[in-house]
Design a protein around this ligand. Structure first.
Ligand code: ZN
Length: 508
């Protein structure tokens, strides 16, 4: 077979896998938006069938043979060419997939579904003991899965690699340790100041008007409604069926102006990334975001660095006031800006502000490593959780519902690999935005004119178009010229919050 025929054969096979995954994504989107509760059982089966078919097609020995045969062709091409990248990334996916026995994968899925049901029932009763045996099994499965990949240094490494490829527990621990040392004094300095008044954000706001305002900014950002749509969901998410059908969801609370607005801008950031993937990558494993961290860098950038910026609200706030005169007429722009950027140590990760959020993630990351190493036993987990919250945030949760039971992650998938992406995303958002500002120092003034096209074009040229071609480390190196550094992100936080809270120490 000629190289052309081999490439065509590989692409045909990958397109079928992509179609099965796309169909599965439609089912998942529907399940979280419009499906009646009665559909849950059949839907679980339908999604499992599509996942299994896609997996079987990927681990087909014919795919392995094509990848072997195409190696000389791959090596003859530039590293970042479409074909070389496609062969390289497919090989990594293939090798990862063949390492895991389908029976183990199925057991983990089955256990995850049961564990999730038990967690849902245990939460209202604040009953950690009900989930504890399931969590022990989840940890055992996580280690068993890690053991499918030979040669790791830490059992979390293969699990981290699945969502943040190439990163390791050791490298992330070092980065997080560095960040903690900078963040903790910043949080302490902020906590010593009087908190800004923000009660007006929790008055009554008409849901439809909130949704319209959020979507207006999303469209101004460049989210293309001809290739996207927005629906309501209990837990907002973004999902892509192809670069031309990228959907976002949000939720709305009539007594919380933050909720719909910023979850819309967050998911829009994810959506802009997926809509920006080059069309020639469609139907291949390259058509998607690089990693959970890089994806989160985009949601955080458009939600926080842009969406909670003074510049943006200098443009939109008069219109927001006009939309909600009873609630906001007497609130000046500066007061609104301070309120949407209020920093306050809290117990719940998903409600945390930009500064304290990372402390929540690091607590989970450290506990995950301890659980996987066996240093921490499940029975001691609730107390370990409380101890870390007291130490890092100065708070003690009144119950495990506001403690170890709050996040779904450990009670659905695996223990390990799920949390680091959030904080990596924040760090990367700072690093990427810093690089964008170096190339185009006019971005803040452009944002103040609601002219987002130059920033979007920069992100597109440097990040979005490449899809999954590069690993996160490769992408960071290409975009910022060096390894991932916390410095730009910390500089951003110090400048913004130094000014907001009048902290002399940090205002330089
Ligand atoms: Zn996100």
């Amino acid at each position: 077979m000629t190289v052309e025929k081999q490439m065509a054969e590989l692409k045909l096979r990958l397109r079928e896998i992509s179609d099965l995954e796309g169909a599965g994504a439609v089912l998942a989107w529907d399940q979280s938006t419009y499906m009646p509760p009665g559909g849950v059982k059949a839907r679980g089966r339908q999604m499992a069938t599509l996942t299994r078919l896609a997996h079987e097609k990927l681990i087909d020995p014919a795919v392995g043979k094509l990848l072997d045969d195409l190696r000389p062709y791959e090596e003859s091409l530039p590293y970042d060419s479409n074909d070389a990248s496609l062969i390289r990334v497919t090989r990594r996916d293939f090798e990862r997939a063949i390492h895991v026995p389908p029976s183990l994968q199925a057991e983990i899925w089955q256990h995850g579904a049961e564990s999730h049901q038990v967690w849902l029932a245990a939460r209202p009763d604040n009953d950690f003991s009900a989930v504890a045996p399931y969590l022990e099994k989840t940890i055992a499965y996580s280690v068993q899965l890690a053991d499918c990949f030979p040669g790791y240094n830490h059992p979390a490494d293969p699990l981290i690699d699945m969502s943040d490829e190439g990163m390791t527990a050791a490298a992330i621990s070092d980065l997080f340790q560095e960040l903690r040392q900078e963040l903790v004094p910043l949080v302490q300095a902020i906590s010593a100041q009087a908190p800004p008044e923000d009660a007006f954000l929790y008055e009554s706001y008409l849901p439809q008007e909130q949704l319209d305002f959020g979507l207006r900014i999303a469209k101004d950002y460049g989210y293309d409604m001809k290739r996207g749509r927005q629906d309501l969901a209990g837990h907002p998410f973004m999902i892509a069926f192809s670069p031309d059908d990228v959907r976002i969801t949000t939720r709305v609370d009539s007594n919380n102006l933050n909720d719909a607005l910023f979850s819309t801008l967050h998911e829009t950031g994810h959506g802009l990334y997926e809509q920006g993937v080059a069309h020639e990558l469609e139907g291949t494993p390259l058509a998607g975001g690089t990693s959970s961290g890089v994806h989160e860098s985009q949601s955080r950038l458009w939600e926080n660095l842009i969406g909670r910026s003074y510049e943006l609200w200098s443009h939109y706030y008069p219109d927001l006031q006009a939309q909600f005169p009873a609630q906001l007429r007497a609130v000046p722009l500066e007061a609104f800006y301070r309120a949407i950027n209020k920093v306050e140590p809290s117990l719940i990760r998903t409600e945390a502000d930009e500064v304290t959020y990372n402390l929540h993630v690091m607590i989970r990351f450290d506990l995950e490593l301890a659980l996987l190493e066996g240093r921490l036993k499940v029975k001691d987990l609730p107390e370990a959780w409380h101890a870390r919250y007291e130490h890092d945030l100065g708070l003690h949760a009144p119950s495990d519902v506001d403690g170890v039971l709050q996040d779904i992650h450990w009670f659905w998938g695996l223990v390990g690999g799920a949390f680091q992406g959030y904080t990596l995303g924040n760090i990367m958002a700072g690093a990427f935005f810093d690089a964008a500002l170096k190339d185009n120092p006019q971005i803040p003034e452009q944002v103040a004119q609601a002219d987002f096209a130059p920033l979007l074009a920069w992100m597109h040229d440097n990040i979005y178009q490449y899809g999954r071609k590069f690993t996160p480390d490769e992408l960071v190196q290409r975009v910022t010229g060096g390894p991932l550094s916390i410095e730009p992100y910390m500089r951003y936080l110090r400048q913004k919050y130094g000014r907001l809270y009048g902290l002399e120490l940090f205002s330089s």
